[in-house]
Design a protein around this ligand. Sequence first.
Ligand SMILES: N[C@@H](CCC(=O)N[C@@H](CS)C(=O)NCC(=O)O)C(=O)O
Length: 207
Amino acid sequence: MSLTLYGFDGSAYVRTVKMLLVEKAADFDQVQVNVMKGEPHLPEHLARHAFGKVPVIDHDGFRVIETGAITAYLDEVLPGTSLTPDNARDRARSRMAQGIYDSYGYGSLVSVFGYHLFPDFIGGQNEDSRRQGIEKSKLVLRELMKIKGNDPFIAGQALSIGDLYLAPGCAYMSMTPDAQQVFAIEGFGDWWERIQALPSYKATPPQ
Ligand SMILES: N[C@@H](CCC(=O)N[C@@H](CS)C(=O)NCC(=O)O)C(=O)O
């Protein structure tokens, strides 16, 4: 079995996939396609992902792009504990988290942590966009914590792909002076402690 992950360790979406691979104790190679250097837009990578994004995986010659498809595929084909809940409602909770993160979360979080950490990558420091990003990030975390309810993880008693979506963006947010206000959401603190304690989180720092 050969498994290659294309994408560098600075990418939040790549980290989602990498956390899953660590959770599964999978053997894999990684090609550090660097977003900051524009490498996803080089012809070599556009041949893998026509829209110039990471992550991409290659599993025994089978290519998968898009984090939702990649995580679902790897969860199914790799041995180890499933990261897909075993009942319809919890699967819906995990998928709602994925969808909310993709549609409303990632962009909002990036407009805040990018402002502080990678201003060039987001086209410069825009104060309005940072402020709107803070409000929208809080809304996203509030909704995700409602989905979590009193459970330890977003989709119930066990870690799921939904948690792996949210964790890397929160890791970047935690490095900024805006973290305190963005993270001041009921239920978030306990969830965040639990995530930071995961070996798969500790093993995948952004670089
Ligand atoms: N829809 C994609 C989004 C992936 C994505 O946005 N990746 C970012 C890095 S976290 C990227 O490749 N950005 C490169 C660029 O936009 O130039 C997925 O689900 O995998």
